[in-house]
Ligand binder design. Structure first.
Ligand SMILES: [Zn+2]
Ligand SMILES: [Zn+2]
Length: 1023
């Protein structure tokens, strides 16, 4: 029910000591209890204009931290901005559900350590165990998606919470099947054997896409310099010197790489006559340098400075002469090594040409080649037909065939190898060990150090024009495109499989063990059609392990009954498919993309997405682009706004483990959601922002409190003066349910912008012009996704409002000022300004904006009204006034500074103020402002072209002195009134020792004095 109380309701005064979080909690209750959120979501249902926004799914795995507020505020901001302009939207919130991150947390909760434990959750029943584990993962997602929903509501976001999407849904999983099937039909899916980064704790491969720079850690490892004796009559008693930071890989050595452009030195031990070979000159014939403890050493000084014996170079040898030489190694006795030797006896333990990868900058210039334990090694191995020794299992324990090492963990116990090298034959194979600090990658999820392993994984080899598609997107900030293109240019094929995991997309790949052929299934229906067993066991379950794996189909080639591969899918498939899977046609209830596409076409491509930049170029942005390019050969979204990271006040990223994390509700209840929102979006998104209660409070004091004080000043005076807004026929205040029409757009910002008001007070005309200018700047910049520029415009307007408009209007209102057109004009102007400003603020600060708007208008909510519009007519006319006012403020600043220098307080009126070298005429209105601000009787202007100069006439006449005295007295009385806590309209009794009698009436009027008496002691008393 619309409650219209114009002319009848008083404006409600507010507390100057506002508690924003308490206000926010009250408003939240109101918004949900009174159905305002629902009205907002559906206010544009019948609109033809659409704004298609896609929420990047948040991982529903933990409560949100305060740092999540940045992106969530942007998301809400632009949805609100377009809603207020009449655009229809979907308001769909998204949750990312599947994958390792959830598994790791559930493992922690259960206290399980590895795969074996998971598969034994239900003792002795692997299938039931996996079913239980998967169920627990689902439950965790439900629990935290509910928590995150409440947290996001607290931030003030309005979304269609009942229709959020979940990437674990059947729709999402089957849509990925569809995508994979398309790739399969184009021949892009293949099984590849490669050396991949591997997490020994998660027992799964980490794709190149998942290896982010932030997951590299500065670590110190004990590294080894290993001697490999050459087997050649020309090189008696001579060894190749190799170096490795991963001693556990030494048993996997099959070759030594040499750079044929380098010159190597043969060095002899003066005591034992033993010789070793390592780099002497790089390809530019320079001796490579090494940094050590702040010193720059030649490579041989560096190598020998911690070695007791003396070594002397006896000879140089070109790298190419080393190629082909055979050598022996410390683990030749192991059966696994013997087996590898038998596979490729010709190349085994020989020097090979590794010029492309052997660098002079690190190590000895001779590369330890272990194709089973390193990517570059693996590639070189393929080229040089080297054997592969794969020394470790999924959990990084040594495999069978390694004698006493088998079963022991290689990564956890590098000392197994180091101790052997130190002791075997008196350390014959070891020159020395060295503590070495370097950047080493860790698992993005569990932070365990990675290893490299050779495994069979599934890949997509995308050959579509992803770079062309990326270029169609409008990237904010612009460097985003370069970053994405750089990634697209350098990435390898997309590794989409995860071995040994449970909670994820069931990769729909069915590989025949008999003939090696494989099929990819593109839908649930296709699977059912092909199923020859297990459908009943699966039916009624989500397409997850273990039930999906009951279904068997025949091999298309040989008819053998085949199972799904055991792997689950890469999580970025889950998030990349959402532009296709989340658009469910409300008319049919079906996923539009795989049914008739009508609804999908209305919303695709997405207009806008916004996410934090770090990490996403390789992940979400990539998967969105890749999947859309495959399915539709076009960009999935038109505009992206990326932003940096919110860090704490010390510049450190928020982390639970660091103890600096701030849970979201706690942050909002302490700092205020509106303060957090403004804090985030006022910043340049390219740079990290440092959030803390201290920095947030600065913003609150500088902006939110300034605004609140203006609002409070208006309400306080309006209620004392019993002022009420005009009738609502005023077009400035659109009725809440009214849809904006073109006719109404033509309505001025305010009726006060009309001529009659300009005659009343130039301040009103100016502030309305500034308001109009602000609407324009904010609107234009939000359209360009530049929230920070929009915020600056609002901050500057609020500052002008406070420091100039209100400051210069203080003596226009209150009980001591008689009612009249000027007072009325002030109230109407202020009212107009605050109502309009609340609309501009609504997308940024939904709470305070709604408080101001509803209190002033008595309407339901600012979130149900239209965006403020620029009045083009007054815009042009008043640009001149805005410039002039800037000039006036500059002059008064100079004047105030000059008074300070002269040490004459502002309350003392002066006769004359002269401005020299002024370049244009100033109107009488503006001249009056200067007089009032500087408290002078006359302003004299002198034209000229030199620097602007100001000067006071400092001669204080008796008359002026009395006037100044009166001002002092009034101020003194007012201070006393404040101490007594009198109301603004409360009259008092005053005793003064003396006062200039000719000003009696003025003193009484301005200080609201009922009776003024002469006495020996100054007193103010309440009546
Ligand atoms: Zn891990
Ligand atoms: Zn087959």
């Amino acid at each position: 029910m619309e409650k219209n109380c114009y002319n009848t309701c008083m404006l409600k005064p507010v507390s100057p000591k506002v508690d924003f979080p308490a206000l926010e909690r009250e408003l939240l209750k109101k918004w949900y209890d009174q159905g305002i959120v629902q009205k907002y979501l559906h206010r544009n249902d019948s609109s033809k204009k659409k704004f298609s926004f896609l929420d990047g799914p948040i991982t529903a795995n933990n409560p949100m931290g305060v740092h999540h507020a940045w992106g969530r505020t942007y998301k809400d901001l632009w949805q609100r901005f377009y809603t207020m302009q009449g655009y229809k939207e979907r308001f769909q919130n998204g949750f990312d559900c599947q994958g390792l991150w959830v598994e790791v947390e559930v493992e922690k909760e259960l206290g399980v350590k590895n795969k074996k434990d998971i598969e034994n959750l239900v003792a002795g029943d692997k299938k039931a165990s996996i079913a239980k584990f998967v169920e627990l993962c689902k439950q965790r997602v439900h629990k935290f998606s509910a928590i995150q929903t409440e947290q996001t509501k607290r931030l003030g976001n309005f979304m269609d919470w009942e229709h959020s999407y979940y990437t674990m849904s059947d729709e999402n999983n089957y849509m990925i099947w569809h995508f994979l099937k398309v790739c399969y039909e184009k021949g892009w899916i293949y099984k590849g054997r490669d050396s991949v980064p591997w997490c020994p704790r998660c027992e799964t491969a980490i794709s190149q896409h998942e290896m982010l720079t932030e997951d590299y850690k500065e670590l110190t490892h004990e590294t080894v310099f290993v001697k490999l004796p050459l087997v050649s009559s020309n090189f008696e008693n001579t060894s190749l010197l190799i170096w490795t930071t991963t001693p556990w890989t030494v048993p996997a050595n099959v070759a030594v790489g040499v750079n044929t452009k380098f010159t190597y030195g043969i060095w002899e031990n003066e005591q034992t006559k033993e010789r070793i070979i390592f780099i002497d000159k790089d390809k530019n014939n320079q001796t490579p340098k090494r940094h050590h403890k702040g010193k720059e050493l030649d490579v041989h000084e560096y190598l020998f400075h911690t070695v007791e014996s003396t070594w002397k170079k006896i000879k140089d040898i070109p790298g190419k002469e080393l190629v082909g030489l055979p050598y022996t190694a410390p683990f030749d006795h192991l059966p696994l090594v013997q087996k590898a030797k038998a596979e490729h006896p010709k190349t085994f333990h020989t020097v090979v040409d590794g010029s492309e990868i052997v660098m002079a900058e690190e190590g000895t210039g001779l590369l330890h080649v272990a194709p089973g334990a390193g990517k570059e090694d693996f590639d070189l191995g393929k080229k040089e037909h080297l054997s592969i020794i794969s020394p470790i299992k999924d959990d990084a324990s040594y495999v069978e065939g390694m004698d006493e090492y088998s079963g022991k963990n290689a990564k956890k116990h590098p000392e197994l190898i180091i101790d052997y090298l130190k002791s075997h034959e008196n350390g014959k194979f070891l020159l020395k060990t060295l503590q070495y600090t370097h950047r080493y990658p860790a698992c993005w999820r569990c932070k365990t150090e990675l290893v490299w392993r050779v495994t069979d994984e599934w890949y997509i080899s995308l050959r579509e024009q992803m770079m062309e598609v990326a270029k169609k997107i409008d990237w904010h900030p612009g460097f985003g495109l370069d970053r994405e293109l750089d990634w697209l240019e350098n990435m390898h094929d997309w590794l989409i499989s995860k071995k040994n995991r449970y909670w994820g997309l069931a990769l729909p790949i069915y590989e025949c063990k008999k003939c090696g052929d494989f099929q990819v299934i593109g839908s649930k229906e296709e699977l059912q059609k092909k199923a020859v067993a297990g459908w009943e066991e699966f039916a009624g379950h989500t397409p997850h392990k273990p039930f999906i794996d009951e279904v068997k189909i025949p091999c298309a080639k040989c008819g053998e009954i085949v199972s799904r591969v055991d792997d689950v899918g890469n999580v970025w498939l889950d998030a990349g498919i959402v532009p296709f899977s989340t658009l469910v046609d409300p008319k049919t209830g079906k996923v539009s993309y795989t049914s008739d596409k009508t609804y999908w076409k209305e919303w695709f491509p997405i207009d806008f997405i916004t996410e934090s930049f770090p990490g996403q170029f390789k992940n979400w942005f990539y998967s969105l682009i890749a999947m859309s390019t495959v399915l539709e050969q076009t960009n999935p979204f038109k505009t992206i706004l990326g932003f940096a990271t919110m860090v704490d006040e010390n510049g450190e990223p928020f982390h639970k483990s660091k103890g600096n994390a701030i849970e979201f509700i706690e942050g909002a209840d302490k700092a205020g959601a509106d303060v957090i929102r403004w804090f985030c979006v006022r910043s340049n998104p390219e740079h990290n922002i440092d959030f803390g209660y201290h920095t947030a409070d600065q913003v609150r004091r500088q902006f939110h409190l300034m605004l609140w004080n203006i609002y409070n000043f208006f309400l306080l005076n309006a209620s004392i003066d019993n002022w009420k807004p005009d009738s609502p026929t005023d077009k400035a205040i659109p009725k809440r349910s009214a849809r904006i029409t073109n006719k109404e757009i033509a309505a001025p910002v305010t009726q006060l912008a009309r001529k009659d008001v300009k005659e009343v007070n130039v301040l009103d005309t100016w502030v309305l012009s500034r308001l109009n200018e602000t609407i324009k700047t904010v609107t234009e910049n939000l359209k360009k996704y530049k929230a920070d520029v929009a915020c600056q415009a609002i901050e500057s307007f609020v500052s002008d409002l406070s420091l100039w408009y209100v400051r210069r209007s203080r003596d226009r209102v209150g009980v001591e000022v008689e009612n009249g057109p000027d007072k009325e004009a002030f109230y109407q102007t202020m009212y107009e300004v605050l109502v309009t400003l609340s609309k501009l603020l609504a997308p940024f600060m939904p709470f305070i904006a709604d408080e101001i708007y509803t209190n002033l208008t008595d309407e339901e909510s600012v979130h149900l009204v239209d965006w403020a519009l620029v009045n083009e007519k007054i815009k042009n006319k008043n640009e001149k006034l805005i410039k002039e006012m800037e000039f006036v403020r500059k002059i008064t600043e100079l004047g105030n500074a000059e008074r300070k220098r002269l040490q004459i307080k502002v309350r003392q009126p002066l006769a004359k103020f002269q401005i020299s070298n002024i370049q244009f005429q100033i109107s009488n209105d503006l001249e009056q402002l200067i007089k009032n601000e500087l408290n002078v009787k006359e302003v004299v202007f002198k034209k000229g072209k030199e620097e602007l100069r100001v000067e006071f006439d400092t001669n204080i006449t008796e008359e002026l002195r009395s006037e100044g005295e009166v001002r002092d007295l009034i101020r003194k009385i007012q201070e006393e009134r404040k101490k007594l806590g009198t109301r603004l309209d409360e009259k008092v009794h005053v005793v003064l020792e003396a006062w200039p009698e000719q000003f009696t009436e003025e003193i009484k009027r301005k200080a609201l004095i009922q009776s003024l008496e002469k006495g020996t002691k100054f007193t103010v008393t309440r009546l």
